[in-house]
Design a protein around this ligand. Structure first.
Ligand SMILES: [Zn+2]
Ligand SMILES: [Zn+2]
Length: 294
């Protein structure tokens, strides 16, 4: 009888935990569908003609590819949810480093913790990304993300479930190693979602003025777009730090960025630039590049 009441109490407490937290977690996860969907509607339907000049690759992907990316995005959200729920439970029971009140370590630390999470994620992403490109595991994990050579906002979370598990791994890593307020974690997660979706937008929305010192350290949509056409370069996420250190930046990245910006601003592209030669790489060559890599 005693055992029975223990089990029924545990089930009741798990039930009330799920009913208290499901709303916010599902809302957080599914906000991706609204952000990616909203941008997809604007850039691929509503303002497609006006914005076309800023398109990184001049052609559009087929709907078949977009539908596949949407399906994989949904499966990633389920995997993310499966990992986030136990962490929310651990937080409730004081097992993580997530703290309250907000000024516990002061506001300087509060803002520093957001920056620290971004830097840690950038490093985590680069090295797990390099690992996922290892021939032996690429085929059954990261190849799913590379099925698209011309990404759209829905490609951001188009992962094989195993890769989705690797990607969401940053959440427990942070929760158990970096003291952070829940609102700082929320800001970090919203930031990563926007950066990821804009990185897969398929359009270069960065202004020409970004081509200063900031450009040297911050990645652009063109940078990651080129990773989808040539899997051997451009592995980084937010910063152009690890690609620079590890010499994995595409040799024509800067030229390509300038070309896209020149088209966007209606200027001529220099004919003998490295990029005009690079453009001759057609779809079948890209396919063979992927095959060669696998
Ligand atoms: Zn990608
Ligand atoms: Zn990749």
């Amino acid at each position: 009888m005693h055992m029975f009441s223990l089990i029924s109490n545990a089930i009741r407490s798990i039930g009330s935990f799920i009913s208290d937290n499901t709303g916010i977690i599902v809302f957080g996860l599914f906000s991706y569908i609204f952000i990616a969907g909203g941008l997809y509607f604007v850039f691929y339907f509503w303002k497609r003609k006006e914005l076309w000049k800023a398109k990184i690759q001049v052609n559009f992907p087929s709907y078949k590819h977009t539908i596949r990316d949407i399906k994989y995005s949904f499966s990633s959200l389920i995997v993310f949810g499966i990992v986030v729920f136990p962490i929310a439970w651990a937080k409730k029971h004081g097992l993580t480093l997530i703290y309250t009140p907000i000024d516990k370590y002061g506001y300087v630390y509060y803002f520093f913790s957001i920056f620290l999470m971004i830097v840690v994620h950038d490093t985590y992403f680069y090295w797990t990304h390099r690992l996922l490109h290892w021939k032996k595991i690429f085929k059954w994990t990261h190849q799913t993300h590379h099925l698209t050579h011309n990404p759209t906002p829905f490609s951001a979370y188009a992962f094989h479930p195993i890769e989705a598990l690797v990607q969401v791994g940053i959440v427990p890593l942070i929760a158990f190693t970096i003291p952070a307020h829940i609102s700082a974690i929320a800001i970090f997660l919203i930031h990563q979602m926007f950066l990821n979706v804009f990185g897969h937008l398929g359009y270069e929305m960065a202004p020409k003025s970004i081509r200063n010192k900031f450009f040297k350290w911050s990645n652009t949509a063109t940078h990651h777009n080129m990773h989808h056409t040539n899997v051997k370069y451009n592995f980084g996420l937010y910063f152009n730090f690890w690609d620079k250190i590890m010499h994995t930046n595409h040799p024509h990245y800067e030229d390509n960025f300038d070309k896209v910006i020149a088209r966007k601003l209606g200027k001529d592209i220099p004919k003998n630039s490295a990029v005009s030669k690079e453009e001759k790489i057609n779809a079948s060559t890209r396919k063979s590049l992927i095959k060669e890599h696998v």
